[in-house]
Design a protein around this ligand. Sequence first.
Ligand SMILES: CC(C)(COP(=O)(O)OP(=O)(O)OC[C@H]1O[C@@H](n2cnc3c(N)ncnc32)[C@H](O)[C@@H]1OP(=O)(O)O)[C@@H](O)C(=O)NCCC(=O)NCCS
Length: 334
Amino acid sequence: MTEIKLHNVGITGMGMSFPDKILSNADLEKMVDTNDQWIVERTGIRERRIVEKGVGASVHGAEAARRAIAQAGLAPEDIDLIVVPTVTPDMMFPSTACIIQDLIGATNAWGYDLGAACSGYLFALESARCQVASGMAKNAVVIGTEVMSSIIDYEDRNTCILFGDGAGAAVIQPVADSAPGIIDSINYIDGSGVKHLHMKAGGSQMPASSETVANKLHYVYQEGGEVFKRAVRGMADVALQVVEKNGLKKSDVKLLVPHQANTRIIAAAQRRLELTDEQVVITIDRYGNTTSASIPTALQIAYEEGRVEKGDLVVLVSFGAGFTWGATLLRWGL
Ligand SMILES: CC(C)(COP(=O)(O)OP(=O)(O)OC[C@H]1O[C@@H](n2cnc3c(N)ncnc32)[C@H](O)[C@@H]1OP(=O)(O)O)[C@@H](O)C(=O)NCCC(=O)NCCS
């Protein structure tokens, strides 16, 4: 049997794109019975971005991908794999990967969408990394893009304060064995969590009908407290696990890039890894929870703010519907 030599894989380009329109806590105060103080204290969110009506997830996803591809010094034709983790695809089918491929002119790529909700980005990154590591793909782009505003009930104060729209993308490529790259990833699913966070209608089990629309079943359904408890435990556990599995210490970690669902969930992971505030990236105040876009955009923002340097050890960690959760360990290479 031929042995496959696995390549070291690194992030070589990043891009993000957010809509211009801001939905602030003050705006939400006019829409539901809530207030800025409650939202900030319970979630950490001050504002989020919202697309104009009719803008699908592919639009900002394509723009984020174009920017990531340019930063990697590639042309769209060089891309051979597109993976798009999204819970808000433009359409049920075809995949948003196909739509973005056409928009950006990545004519030599194959690709697919991947569903893991707020853990989508880490699951997609790992899926693409396996292909680049094995030589199946050379220049992959992983695009987290969401129009969460399309599945949010803006009359439900429990959920409408939480989510925002946006997109983040990374190009991954083989890099020299000695270069900084993605080291490892640990990912989990637990389907017993389905009942706590889902969208009831619009799938094959309950297709859209006038009744499902009247009963508001095409929106995010969430039992916030239960999700909160599981997220606190899941994110903190897996973040530490990926560090220890690789023979490293908490003190080796330079930066934690958590999924941005709630600053109180993030604080639990921060405490477990014994990190300072400076070592934890928070973008939820500006963008809310952008589901699959939250980790790549937070990572890029930290990079642009000069909070991570070449060779630094970074932990990406997520928790989401499913339940799904995971952590990726990497050395920063840009
Ligand atoms: C949603 C979430 C912010 C709610 O915070 P919480 O501290 O658990 O708040 P609770 O749901 O216990 O609600 C406390 C009270 O605030 C009220 N409340 C809920 N939303 C409110 C809002 N927007 N404004 C004001 N009050 C609100 C509730 O009705 C409740 O009132 P009651 O005690 O009179 O019934 C929190 O549970 C959470 O972040 N969950 C996880 C979210 C998540 O990670 N989701 C996606 C996975 S990635």
